[in-house]
Design a protein around this ligand. Structure first.
Ligand code: FAD
Ligand code: NAD
Length: 446
C-alpha cells in the first residue's frame, strides 16, 4: 500500500546543505518543503562566509596600500562601526533572496523549529508535516569552553555584530575563526591575544605556511600564547581577565571563544525516529542515508572526513537532488574540496598535501615556487608567499597549496586540472586572460 505523504522530501534546516538542492528538486516536479528556525540561508550568508569576507575587505586594501607606500601615500585606518554597517547592508538582503528563489522554484517554506516525531513526520509549532524522505541539514553551532565564567565569552556571530571594536581582545583557540578574526581585529586597531590549546595553529594546513602567517601577525602585534591551558574568565574592575596556565592572567575587554563548532543534533527527535549520531554529527552511508533508510543528512551536521565547509554542503545538497530525482543511483563521490583561511596573506589548498607527497618522493614530483619570483605579483609588490604543486610522474596535477594575497583565486583556477585529471595536451587547451592570477597559476603547472 502506498501511503500519501504531504511532501516527497522535507529538509530540516535552510542552509547550503539544503537550499542548493531543494530548489532544483522542486523545479523538477517533486513536492518539497524546507523548515528553517532562523534566517533563510543559514550560517554561511548570515553569520559565516559572506559576512566575514565583507569585514575582511578593508584589510586587503590596507595591506596593498602598505606594500605600495611611496607610489601611493598615506595609511588606511579602518572605521569599524562603518564597516559593520556596510557588512549588514551587504548581507541583509540575502535571506529574502534565498527564500524568494526557493519559493519561485515551488518549495514550501516553513518558518519554525522542527522536530521528528517518527521516520516520516516532523512537527513545527504543533503542526505535523509528513514526507516520504527527510533530509536533516541542521548545521553546527559554536562550542562553548567549559570553564568558570564561560558566559562572559562570546562567539563569532556576536563578534561580527560589534558596533565598536574592543580595545583589548582575547581569542581562545587557533583555528579558522581565530586566525581570520585576529587578522581583522588587529588590522582595525585592537590589541589581540590568541590563546592556543597546543603549540600549533590551523592544524589541517601546511605548517611551514601557517608559521609564516603567525610570524607576520606577531610582527603586527598579535600575541600568541602557546599551550595556554585556559582556566577561567573573571570580571575585573577594568574589563575581564583570562586566567590561564599556572596562575597567569591577562586583562582584556572582550573574549571570543573560537574553540570549534559542534553539530546540532539535540532536540531534533533523532532518538524518537531511531537515527544514529555521534558527537561529531549524524552517521550516514555512501548515499548520505542514515540508518533509517528514508532519512538522509547533508552539510555540516554529518559526521564526515570531508571539510565542514560551504562547497562540501553544496556538493552534498546537489548530490541528493540528483539521487532523489533519479539522475543517479551511485553513491556520492566527492571531488577534491578546496579550502582557504582568509588571513592576509591567505593560505589555500586543494588535493594531495605537500606533507603527504613528501612521504613518497619516488612517486610524486613536488615543485616549490616563490610568489615574489612571479612578475605579476611584483605589480603590487608581493614579497611574502610560496606555492607548492604536487604532480604524479606523468605530470598530472594532484595537489596545490599556496600562501599569498590571492591564494584562493590561484587554487580555484587549478581545480579542474585536479578534478578532471588533465594531461599536458588538455592543459594547453585553456587560453587564460592575460595578465591575471589564472594565467600566472597555469603558467606554473604546464
Ligand atoms: C564565522 C564563520 C565563517 C565561515 N567562513 C567560511 C568560508 O569562508 N568558506 C566556507 O566554505 N565555509 C565557511 N564557514 C562554514 C560554512 O558557513 C558552513 O560550512 C555552511 O554554512 C554549512 O551549511 P549547512 O547547511 O550544513 O549548515 P547551516 O548553514 O548552519 O544551516 C543549518 C540551518 O539549520 C537551521 N536549524 C537548526 N536546527 C533546526 C531545527 N530544529 N528546525 C529548523 N531549522 C533548524 C539553522 O537555523 C540553520 O539555518 C564559516 C563558518 C563560520 C561560523
Ligand atoms: N575560511 C573558512 O573556510 C572558514 C572560516 C571560519 C570557519 N570555518 C568553519 O567553521 C569551523 C569552526 O571554526 P573554528 O575556528 O571554531 O574551529 P577549528 O576547528 O578550525 O578551530 C578550533 C580551535 O580551537 C582549539 N581548541 C579546542 N579546544 C580548546 C581549548 N580547550 N582551549 C583552547 N583552544 C581549544 C583547537 O585547538 C583549534 O585551534 C571550521 O572548522 C570550518 O569548518 C571555515
Amino acid at each position: 500500500m502506498v501511503k500519501n505523504f504531504d511532501f516527497d522530501v522535507i529538509y530540516l534546516g535552510g542552509g547550503h546543505g539544503s537550499f542548493d538542492g531543494a530548489g532544483p528538486l522542486a523545479a523538477s516536479g517533486k513536492k518539497v518543503a524546507v523548515i528553517e528556525s532562523g534566517l533563510w540561508g543559514g550560517t554561511c550568508p548570515n553569520r559565516g562566509c559572506n559576512a566575514k569576507i565583507t569585514l575582511d575587505e578593508p584589510v586587503v586594501l590596507q595591506r596593498e596600500i602598505e606594500r605600495m607606500q611611496g607610489i601611493v601615500n598615506g595609511q588606511v585606518k579602518i572605521n569599524w562601526s562603518e564597516l559593520v554597517a556596510h557588512k549588514q547592508e551587504v548581507i541583509q538582503k540575502l535571506p529574502d533572496q534565498i527564500s524568494g528563489k526557493l519559493a519561485a522554484a515551488g518549495v514550501k517554506l516553513i518558518q519554525g523549529t522542527g522536530q521528528l516525531q517518527d521516520r516520516h513526520t516532523i512537527e513545527v509549532d504543533g503542526q505535523q508535516y509528513t514526507a516520504e524522505k527527510i533530509v536533516i541539514a541542521t548545521g553546527l553551532r559554536p562550542n562553548r569552553l567549559n570553564v568558570p565564567g564561560r558566559e562572559l565569552a562570546h562567539d563569532s556571530d556576536d563578534f561580527m555584530k560589534l558596533t565598536e571594536l574592543p580595545a583589548r581582545l582575547a581569542i581562545i583557540g587557533s583555528g579558522y575563526i581565530s586566525l581570520e578574526f585576529a587578522t581583522m581585529a588587529n588590522a582595525a586597531g585592537s590589541q589581540v591575544t590568541v590563546f592556543m590549546h597546543h603549540d600549533t595553529a590551523l592544524r589541517s594546513f601546511y605548517q611551514p605556511f601557517v608559521k609564516q602567517v603567525l610570524r607576520d601577525l606577531e610582527k603586527r602585534g598579535v600575541i600568541f600564547v602557546k599551550n595556554a591551558a585556559v582556566q577561567a574568565f573573571v570580571p575585573t574592575s577594568n574589563g575581564l581577565a583570562v586566567k590561564f596556565g599556572k596562575n597567569q592572567s591577562k586583562e582584556v575587554d572582550w573574549i571570543l571563544d573560537a574553540t570549534g563548532r559542534i553539530p546540532n543534533v539535540e532536540h531534533l527527535g533523532l532518538d524518537a525516529a531511531g537515527v544514529k549520531y555521534t558527537k561529531k554529527g549524524i552517521t550516514v552511508d555512501g548515499f548520505l542515508r542514515t540508518n533509517i533508510d528514508n532519512i538522509y543528512a547533508a552539510g555540516d551536521v554529518i559526521d564526515k572526513i570531508q571539510p565542514k565547509l560551504t562547497p562540501t554542503a553544496t556538493f552534498e545538497s546537489y548530490y541528493l537532488y540528483q539521487l532523489f530525482s533519479g539522475q543517479t543511483t551511485q553513491p556520492i563521490s566527492y571531488p577534491a574540496i578546496p579550502s582557504t583561511v582568509y588571513t592576509s596573506p591567505r593560505i589555500a589548498r586543494v588535493g594531495l598535501s605537500p606533507t603527504a607527497a613528501e612521504q613518497d618522493t619516488e612517486k610524486f614530483e613536488i615543485v616549490h615556487n616563490q610568489i615574489a619570483a612571479d612578475w605579476y605579483r611584483q605589480v603590487d609588490r608581493q614579497s611574502a608567499g610560496e606555492s607548492i604543486l604536487v604532480f604524479d610522474r606523468q605530470h598530472h596535477l594532484l595537489g596545490a597549496t599556496e600562501f599569498s594575497e590571492q591564494a584562493e583565486d590561484a587554487i580555484n583556477t587549478l581545480l579542474p586540472a585536479i578534478v578532471f585529471h588533465y594531461d599536458q595536451q588538455q592543459m594547453w587547451q585553456l587560453a587564460h586572460i592575460f595578465p591575471s592570477i589564472s594565467a600566472s597559476a597555469w603558467h606554473k603547472i604546464r
